[in-house]
Design a protein around this ligand. Sequence first.
Ligand SMILES: NC(=O)c1ccc[n+]([C@@H]2O[C@H](COP(=O)([O-])OP(=O)(O)OC[C@H]3O[C@@H](n4cnc5c(N)ncnc54)[C@H](OP(=O)(O)O)[C@@H]3O)[C@@H](O)[C@H]2O)c1
Length: 221
Amino acid sequence: MKIALLGNGKTGQYVQSINPSVFVFNSSNQPTLESLAKVDIIISFLPGDIFQSYIPLLIKSKKPVVTGSTGFDWPSDIDKTLKENNLKWIYASNFSVGINIVKTMIETLSKASELFEDYSFSIKEIHHTKKIDAPSGTAISFQKWLDKPVQINSKRTGDIIGEHQLTFSTKEESISINHTAHDRSLFAKGALWASKILVEDSSIPYGLNNFNQIVSKHLNI
Ligand SMILES: NC(=O)c1ccc[n+]([C@@H]2O[C@H](COP(=O)([O-])OP(=O)(O)OC[C@H]3O[C@@H](n4cnc5c(N)ncnc54)[C@H](OP(=O)(O)O)[C@@H]3O)[C@@H](O)[C@H]2O)c1
């Protein structure tokens, strides 16, 4: 499988070290229709705004895309456009399979909270100082999965890869769910796994697919 890797920065470089045969694109070697024609699939770890500016090119390339870019808004008609072009894309704000297990824990905690009269939720996320977007895409996913009012507290310090914590509190007790990324290769492995599934599993529907759905289907959770 020939892979185009868009962005070999802090995260994308691990895709390249796990699979050295990827075709690398970055600021000094920007992707074109001609260069993308040579590959079977595209993986993006570009900053969100740059990825967003490449969306028309990626659609024109007619290739499947796996993207981890965060911090931008998808065009409102992206799913429709991909379907009209018979294209299958997978996106994730966090390519860790562990985060997808956390998703089911958050959904359980959300339902369980209804047993309590007086409670609150809070989310804390910590990342390295170079991270452009705040709150993180993962913290926004936590908020969505919880589906209850919750404030997100974001902190940028050092070279922290990614720490997320959801806390449920009542006057008498609290429950916290923590996820810590120890190594950026985690995200690269998840994106490469998604690429393999996207090429091999013909049951993945056309359009914009969330990585969570793909993982849940394969883990049967
Ligand atoms: N979904 C996940 O699991 C996950 C995990 C971690 C990070 N992320 C997201 O991934 C994205 C990248 O993060 P990062 O920390 O790896 O960023 P980074 O270290 O800043 O790397 C960005 C890469 O994009 C390239 N680039 C910048 N402008 C470009 C252009 N106009 N054309 C082509 N390439 C260009 C850079 O090339 P040069 O170095 O040549 O400028 C560099 O290789 C962010 O949105 C981040 O939030 C997602």
